[in-house]
Write a protein that binds this ligand. Structure first.
Ligand SMILES: N[C@@H](Cc1ccccc1)C(=O)O
Length: 498
């Protein structure tokens, strides 16, 4: 026979008397909380001795408006219906406060008709039923009788209607009903030992030997404890933190910047021509505001128009300062890299940033209009393209992706340019972003003389791969189940290439 805890026994004893009772009531009998009673009930249920039934009820209460009607004892339609006597005209009724709503309701339900200027009731017109239901609430808006018993289906109909009209609202209450099974009754009748059980022995009980006669609580070591979901940071945030840690360990400084940038920093300073398609409205979020041009903007104008003091020919044509002043939601974090360089033109510089960027993208499983990028720059006397590839390889390896390769790429601000790719079992080579060495057209206007290695990598891509997601949007949803169940240690990334 299954062992019972003292609490289960107390519950069964109480249930044997009550037969059927809700957890609240039992809790007051047993001097416990309703939650505890439900828990004991479940334990007894597992042993076939009791049953716990969870009943979710919708309880209506009156809204402010409903309370107003309740205080006058009448729904607006009842008030209007009462006001209609032989010879009542529409103009008479219009004087009534309840006219608008009351008249509308009566018309809608076909309880009145217009006869010229007179308003007449149809035979047997009545709003008696719903009005009596209104009266089942008290003046604070609470139900004081159980109208379902008295009015049956009419009641449900009226409440639905009240809710629709904003006279009442429904809230859910949960009731736990406990009953004893016949087996439970047998157990109680056979006699239960309701002696106080001891869960923890005291020093005195051990010394005096009184523990020998005590009734000790038994533990079921096979029972699994309830799952605990302790607070932890979001899986995506954890990954971002991991990346930040890696970059800091590699000797980088973190840079910060605004989400709203001028087109000047987002595009022009990166030698993106003013008629570049990425600058179009359909690709970029523009703001109404303008931002002033920074000091030294003339050098940039010259660079665009004819290549400034360099051997570049620039883009030619006239550079439009108005276009550069427009504010945008940054479309890439490279807008921060160039500002950082402008502020730190002397070597060495090793800086990174992980930030959100914005593009007008149609939303689908692999595209969202906002996403994160990991941006980095390295500037020093003798850094070369090979160093760039080495940095990227090192970063991905530290993230758990051991196979990295580079494909030639193109960006208006770098030369040469590459697109790093990582190998993922089952997916193959996955493109991760862009990288390259900043062109002279980019560095020269700010007096930067050393080579600058730069990259911008997709962060959510890495997250998708590491967290095994098929849909990027998962990262931005408040999906509590997923967040709770995602392990604190993200699984080791990707596979190795065979
Ligand atoms: N800004 C590029 C990435 C990049 C950054 C720096 C150098 C080269 C490329 C992008 O958003 O795709």
């Amino acid at each position: 026979m299954a062992e019972l805890t003292l609490n289960e026994k107390r519950l069964l004893a109480a249930l044997a008397k009550e037969k059927k009772a809700d957890a609240e009531h039992l809790a007051s009998l047993l001097n416990a909380t309703p939650e505890a009673v439900v828990q004991w009930g479940h334990l007894a249920e597992d042993k076939g001795l009791a049953k716990v039934e969870r009943i979710v009820k919708k309880i209506p209460t009156l809204t402010e408006e409903g309370i107003k009607y309740r205080k006058s004892d009448q729904l607006p339609e009842t008030q209007i219906l009462d006001a209609i006597k032989t010879g009542t005209t529409l103009t008479d009724l219009q004087k009534n406060d309840a006219f608008k709503i009351g008249f509308g309701q009566l018309r809608k339900r076909g309880l009145i008709q217009l006869n010229g200027t007179y308003v007449v009731k149809v035979p047997n017109a009545s709003t008696e039923k719903e009005n009596s239901i209104l009266l089942c609430f008290d003046e604070t808006g609470k139900l004081h009788a159980d109208p379902a018993l008295k009015f049956g289906e009419d009641y449900n109909q009226s409440i639905k209607e009240f809710v629709k009209r904003g006279i009442a609202r429904e809230s859910e209450t949960v009731q736990n009903l406990l009953t004893i099974t016949s087996e439970g009754t047998l157990r109680v009748n056979a006699g239960l030992d309701i002696r106080e059980e001891i869960g923890t022995l005291t020093r005195d009980q051990i010394l005096s030997g009184s523990w020998k006669n005590a009734s000790l609580r038994k533990y079921d070591i096979k029972k699994l404890p309830k799952t605990v979901y302790p607070g932890k940071s979001h899986p995506y945030q954890r990954l971002i933190d991991e990346m930040r840690q890696i970059l800091l360990e590699m000797g980088f400084t973190e840079m910060h910047g605004e989400i709203v940038q001028s087109a000047f920093w987002n595009f022009d300073a990166l030698f993106q021509p003013q008629d570049h398609p990425a600058r179009e409205m359909q690709d970029t979020f523009y703001l109404k505001e303008d931002a002033p041009l920074p000091e030294g903007w003339e050098c940039l104008r010259d660079m665009h128009e004819h290549g400034g003091n360099t051997s570049s020919t620039g883009w030619g044509g006239k550079w439009n300062p108005g276009k550069a002043k427009q504010c945008v939601l940054r479309t890439h974090t490279t807008s921060l890299s160039i500002q950082y360089l402008a502020a730190h033109p002397e070597p060495p510089v090793k800086a990174f940033c992980i930030g959100r960027v914005y593009r007008r993208e149609a939303i689908d499983p692999t595209h969202t209009p906002e996403f994160e990028q990991l941006e980095g720059i390295v500037m020093d006397k003798d850094v070369t393209f090979r160093h760039l590839l080495g940095f990227l390889k090192e970063f991905y390896q530290r993230m758990g992706f051991s196979d990295v390769r580079f494909r030639p790429g193109f960006f208006p601000y770098t030369e040469p340019s590459v697109e790093p790719e990582i190998w993922v079992d089952g997916l193959g080579w996955v493109e991760m972003g862009g990288a390259g060495v900043f062109r002279q057209e980019v560095t020269d206007p700010w007096g930067v003389k050393c080579p600058v290695l730069a990259w911008g990598l997709g962060v959510s891509r890495v997250a998708m791969l590491r967290l095994g997601l098929k849909d990027l949007r998962q990262l931005y949803l408040s999906d509590l189940e997923w967040i709770r169940n995602s392990p604190v240690h993200a699984p080791a990334a990707a596979g190795r290439k065979a």
